[in-house]
Write a protein that binds this ligand. Structure first.
Ligand code: CTP
Length: 406
């Protein structure tokens, strides 16, 4: 996500919810990702959390009042309104939503919100009844209609003791939504992207399974990139270390057979299918229902699993893009070309695995993008975010030109 935040100016507006203390963590993560953060607190937010921590975390003075003497003109409200790349209001109370919707400007934050043309992202936090109140819902609808983005609220037990929607959503979904708000390229709006991700676990007996080391990071990077560019995203997720982005629909599966069914059920409705999962090639011929007891050497009888991406490619209608991956230890581009042809894909990302600096799950690897009927294009050593961008560029280009090999 770093590339979306580096060098960007984010105004973090903090309003008077109990969750205001969580703004410190949000600010800290934004700074870590390379953003310059201007914290602004309303009067009620200051009842909840002191400005000193935010100043220490961001290295910037917290903007508090409209007419306070400013240490530098850089934080004067019109200057900030012009300079900001994003206004993130987290937590956002019912009051700030009402003021933003109605154009009320009675303090620094609400005035600056009115003056800016930067994208707005609200992370609401309030009592459930306040959130569900028709007045709040009407304000949210109005702000959305004007292009503002929302993330959350989450559901759960609130500080007031009530159970329901109104909790400030976790920091990671807020950062993901901020990344999307900071992405001007929305070339995938109206497109539906299906992604298989992670590993499979093929059971041996009730407590053991055959698995692999897929981290799910490639699937997550693809999902995030597609969401940032405006697509609707569904991730069919096998077991993995990382969770798909919050804004993606997630279908959890375990075995290759479950993954196949979940993918094919959704495949007809998608524009792009990325088969990023490390699908288990084999499963047990028969899973024993009782735990296998330790004795001498044993032999497991395995049978092949269906090839999910090849099946999807055979089924695809004109206008759909199907892409796969080839993680190889040797002859990487050559094996990639052969796999692309064997599975009938539109393109494949071949990357080197194995060795000290190309371990499975490593941040970067040597990669090639191979299109049907094209020569392998070296991407050099690329990170998963960079690979995801190139793959979605390639897919968007195919959809635009509708030049699909049949
Ligand atoms: N794949 C799939 N179904 C399978 C096996 C693989 O959909 N049963 C997909 C993977 O998601 C990936 C591509 O096919 O996009 C290549 O996977 P890979 O494991 O590299 O290829 P295999 O066909 O399994 O070949 P091998 O393991 O022999 O290299």
């Amino acid at each position: 996500m770093r590339e979306r935040f580096t060098g960007k100016t984010v105004v973090l507006g903090i309003t008077g919810s109990i969750a205001a203390y969580k703004a410190c963590e949000i600010a800290s993560r934004l700074v870590e990702l390379g953003a310059s953060v201007i914290p602004a607190m309303t009067r009620s937010a200051r009842e909840m959390v002191g400005p000193a921590s935010l100043e220490a975390i961001t290295g910037n003075r917290v903007v508090l009042e409209m007419f306070e003497p400013l240490p530098n003109p850089e934080i004067e409200h019109i200057a900030v309104a012009r300079r900001a790349d994003l206004f993130l209001i987290a937590p956002a109370t019912a009051n700030i939503l009402a003021k933003a919707a109605q154009g009320i400007a009675d303090d620094w934050l609400s005035t600056t919100l009115l003056a800016t043309r930067a994208p707005l992202l609200f992370a609401p936090a309030m009592n459930t009844q306040m959130w569900l109140h028709p007045a709040t819902q009407a304000n949210v609808a109005l702000l959305k209609a004007r292009g503002a983005a929302f993330v959350g609220p989450g559901e759960g037990r609130l500080a007031c003791g009530e159970q329901g929607p109104g909790r400030l959503i976790e920091t990671l979904p807020i950062l993901e939504a901020a990344a999307a708000a900071l992405t001007p390229n929305k070339d995938l709006v109206g497109r539906s992207v299906l992604i298989s991700s992670g590993a499979n676990h093929e059971p041996i007996d009730p407590v053991r399974f055959i698995g692999n080391a897929s981290s799910g990071r490639m699937g997550r990077a693809l999902a995030l990139e597609a969401l940032c560019r405006g697509a609707k995203v569904c991730v069919v997720a096998g077991p993995s270390d990382v969770a798909p982005p919050h804004a993606a629909e997630v279908v959890r599966v375990r075995t290759a057979a479950e993954m196949r069914d979940a993918v094919l059920e959704r495949f007809d409705g998608c524009d792009i299918f990325f088969s990023a999962a490390a699908v288990a090639d084999y499963r047990m011929a028969a899973v024993t229902q009782i735990k296998v007891k330790r004795s001498g050497p044993i032999t497991l009888e395995l049978v092949p699993n269906p090839d999910i991406v090849a099946e999807a490619a055979r089924r695809r209608r004109s206008g759909q893009v199907v892409a796969g991956f080839a993680a190889e230890t040797e002859n990487v581009p050559e094996n990639g070309v052969a796999k692309l042809a064997a599975k009938g894909l539109d393109f494949i990302l071949a990357n080197r695995v194995g060795g000290a600096d190309c371990a499975i799950g490593a941040e970067e690897s040597e990669a090639w993008l191979i299109r049907a009927n094209g020569a392998p294009e070296s991407l050099g050593r690329a990170c998963k975010g960079g690979i995801a961008r190139r793959l979605l560029d390639a897919a968007a280009d195919m959809l635009d030109r509708n030049v699909l090999p049949q």
